[in-house]
Design a protein around this ligand. Structure first.
Ligand code: ZN
Length: 151
C-alpha cells in the first residue's frame, strides 16, 4: 500500500493528502468523491494551486498520523501484497468510517467480549446446529450454549 511501494505510486488523493498506488486508487474511487478525490500525478492536470500546496503540506506520513492516530495495536495494517479485499476493508475503515480517528469508533475491535452464532455438530446427531457463543477477555474463555433459546 502507501508505504511499501510494491505497486507504482501514480495517483494522489488531493483532499486526503496521500499518494496512492494503482491498486489503492481504485478502492479510493469506489468510495466516492465525497470521501476521496483522486487524480493522476502526471496525466491529469493540476490547475488548483491550493491542491498542490495541500499535497506538499501533507503526504502519506502526515496524513496517516492523523487518520491512523488510534489504530489499535492488535490491528494488522495490510501492506502492498495484501489481497485487495483486505486493503479495501482497511481503507474503508480508515477514511469512510474514520474508525482510527476516535477510540469510541472501534468498539468492534476493542470490546472485551464478543458473541455470535456458530454451527456446532450435535453430540448424537450428524447434523449441525446453531449455537450462541461468547468469547470473554475477562475470563479468557470461549463458551457456547447447548440450547438455543431464541435469536
Ligand atoms: Zn496502495
Amino acid at each position: 500500500m502507501n508505504y511499501s511501494f510494491t505497486n507504482k505510486v501514480e495517483y494522489a488523493s488531493y483532499n486526503l493528502g496521500v499518494f496512492l498506488c494503482t491498486t489503492c486508487v481504485g478502492i479510493h474511487r469506489s468510495m466516492g468523491t465525497h470521501i476521496s478525490q483522486t487524480r493522476h500525478l502526471r496525466v491529469d492536470r493540476w490547475l488548483d494551486e491550493n491542491q498542490i500546496i495541500f499535497m506538499e503540506q501533507h503526504g502519506n506520513e502526515v496524513s496517516n498520523a492523523h487518520y491512523e492516530r488510534y489504530l489499535p495495536d492488535c490491528y494488522r495494517r495490510p501492506d502492498g501484497c495484501a489481497p485487495a479485499v483486505l486493503l479495501e476493508q482497511f481503507i474503508r475503515a480508515k477514511y469512510e468510517r474514520e474508525e482510527f480517528l476516535e477510540p469510541a469508533r472501534q468498539v468492534g475491535y476493542m470490546a472485551s467480549t464478543k458473541s455470535g452464532h456458530l454451527m456446532k455438530r450435535g453430540r448424537d446427531a450428524a447434523k449441525f446446529e446453531i449455537r450462541r457463543f461468547e468469547l470473554s477477555e475477562a475470563t479468557n474463555t470461549l463458551s457456547y450454549y447447548v440450547k438455543e433459546v431464541s435469536w
